[in-house]
Design a protein around this ligand. Structure first.
Ligand code: IMP
Ligand code: MG
Length: 180
């Protein structure tokens, strides 16, 4: 698994520190609110679990699964809901916890959808942000790390469903996805 990695971009230690920082800020900002954290499957589950455990305020969590890149390293731009939330979000202070804000197509779509469903407030927290790749008009309210335009894996992020369990974020060797 490690042999497929060109280099480590963000270490396990740096991820841990950043998650603590984000959780502290979110715990302050949502102290008197009814926080529902929405984790986007599959990529967002590792970060969401770490973030959720570090919150010091009452909070609930729900999950939504959306279609991703499949076996390709490029986005199709199509967002499909594979699993919807279990409960209504009306009146909730929703915080979406995501792995990466890339083109922004996915989060732009989800944000609009949840607004239509009558949330009280909605914010986005992403551990990784690729600002150079943005297509949709969307900004994250909480960002862990801005990263360059490289295809990364680990800490929940996959290539063809692999590498999600790496404890760090690494740049995937080009040879892995270039001979598709
Ligand atoms: P979007 O382009 O912002 O809609 O990103 C959609 C999804 O693409 C993210 O939630 C990730 O699952 C996936 N993705 C984007 N960039 C990368 C990457 O560098 N590595 C792995 N998955 C990625
Ligand atoms: Mg994802």
């Amino acid at each position: 698994m490690i042999q497929a990695i060109e280099r480590v971009l963000i270490s396990e230690e740096d991820l841990k520190g950043k998650v603590k920082e984000l959780a502290k800020q979110i715990s302050e900002d949502y102290a008197n609110k009814d926080l529902l954290m929405v984790s986007i499957l599959k990529g967002g589950f590792v970060f969401a679990a770490d973030l959720f455990r570090n919150l010091s305020i009452p909070a609930s969590v729900d999950f939504m699964a959306v279609s991703s890149y499949g076996a390709s390293s490029k986005s199709s731009g199509v967002v499909k809901i594979l699993k919807d939330l279990d409960r209504p979000v009306e009146g909730k202070d929703v915080l979406i916890a995501e792995d990466i804000l890339d083109s922004g197509v996915t989060l732009n779509y989800l944000k609009k959808l949840l607004i239509q469903r009558g949330v009280k407030s909605i914010k986005i927290c992403t551990i990784l942000n690729k600002p150079d790749r943005r297509k949709a008009d969307i900004v994250a309210d909480y960002v862990g790390f801005d990263i360059p335009d490289e295809f990364v894996v680990g800490y929940g992020l996959d290539y063809d469903e692999k590498y999600r369990n790496l404890p760090f974020v690494g740049i995937l060797k080009r040879e892995i996805y270039e001979n598709e």
